[in-house]
Design a protein around this ligand. Structure first.
Ligand code: NAD
Length: 329
């Protein structure tokens, strides 16, 4: 029995693979390396380079490794890119995922943990955001996640499949050996730290006129290790309870961009020059998770609730890996 991790060479998938490895659980990574890093793959663990939509390959992996569960991370995940190039988002995140889930279903892999996002809520009506808030994505990325949640919901009632959609808020931080390395990097903490490290001369902040206490957007940052533990809990929940669910994953606390920068200055002891640019259209002012459901259903409690700890782990990883991951062919 093994767990198939699609997108396991990416930021979050590689941390989940590390955690499963540490727990001596069997897993296999499938990643086409379109956005991931081969250097993040743990040595001597099964890894296939390929597309989730490649039916023959996915079938071969399922048979060879006796796959019984899947954690489906593989997707494109840049909100801005999804607005300028929605086609690749609907092709990869929707069509690709649909082919993938169909193959899993045909091969009787009926327990799936799906990487969803708080982007399914768009601009929430109230915060902290509970799972029963209305869906209102404001970009193709958010729609691509919502469509696949709906596919899983329909398949669950029709085909006796069980899934957990985990709606992540802002994932950040690193473990000792796995961290965030994207090119381009769109996430705020790596960009602040790149400015602290003088890889960027100035950090551009989108808007200081949002309706928040200091005018900058407020987000909920959750440590990637905590997020990874929630995936293990979700996989075990599926095995034991055989029920489907959709669950927010966040710390339940918000930090503005200016607070984040201040915390980064304290952690790094570096100067971080900033400038203000125009607001991004449709940027929600405040996104904070209500994480009660994760606590009650998954028995999950984040260990890294302090933003300085999250930043410290990301900074330590960056200092140790100045050029990201080595490319292993
Ligand atoms: N990072 C966050 O803050 C965040 C927040 C909400 C949701 N998510 C979701 O979590 C998942 C993982 O995010 P991440 O930050 O690790 O992203 P990532 O880009 O680092 O990882 C995604 C991985 O999927 C692979 N991939 C993409 N399309 C593929 C395909 N068709 N076939 C095989 N592999 C493919 C990429 O090569 C990459 O390694 C994504 O689904 C993302 O939408 C992330």
């Amino acid at each position: 029995m093994a767990i198939l991790i699609s997108g396991g060479a990416g930021y979050i998938g590689s941390v989940v693979a590390e955690l499963l490895h540490n727990k001596a659980r069997n897993f296999v990574v499938l990643d086409n390396l379109s956005r991931g890093n081969s250097g993040s793959i743990i040595k001597n663990t099964p890894f296939y380079i390929g597309n989730i939509a490649n039916k023959d390959l996915v079938e071969k992996i399922i048979d060879k490794h006796n796959i019984t569960q899947c954690i489906h991370f593989a997707a494109y995940a840049y909100v801005g890119e999804s607005v300028t190039n929605p086609q690749i988002y609907y092709e990869n995140n929707v069509t690709g995922s649909l082919h993938f889930i169909n193959t899993l279903l045909q091969k009787n892999v009926k327990q799936i943990v799906f990487s969803s996002s708080c982007a399914v809520y768009g601009i929430p009506k109230s915060v902290p955001v509970t799972e029963n808030q209305p869906f209102a994505p404001i970009n193709p990325y958010g729609w691509s996640k919502l469509i696949i949640e709906k596919v899983l919901e329909s398949y669950a009632s029709a085909y006796n499949l069980n899934y957990i959609a985990l709606r992540y808020f802002n994932v950040a931080g690193a473990t000792q050996s796995k961290g965030e390395y994207h090119s381009p990097e769109t996430h705020i903490i790596p960009n602040i730290l790149a400015t602290a490290n003088k890889e960027k001369s100035i950090l551009s902040i989108n808007g200081n006129d949002h309706p928040t206490h200091d005018g900058t957007t407020v987000r909920d940052y959750v440590h990637v290790y905590d997020l990874a533990t929630a995936h293990i809990n979700a996989i075990d929940y599926l095995q034991q309870e055989k029920k489907s669910n959709a669950i927010n994953l966040g710390n339940g606390k918000g930090h503005s961009i200016l607070e984040l920068i201040d915390a980064c200055r304290k952690v790094t002891q570096k100067d971080i020059p900033i400038e203000f640019a125009a607001r991004q259209q449709g940027d929600p002012p405040i996104l904070i998770a209500n994480n009660n459901k994760a606590k009650t259903v998954l028995g999950w409690t984040p260990q890294y609730s302090c933003i300085s700890e999250i930043i410290k782990s990301a900074w330590q990883w960056k200092i140790k890996h100045p050029n990201g991951y080595p490319c292993i062919s």
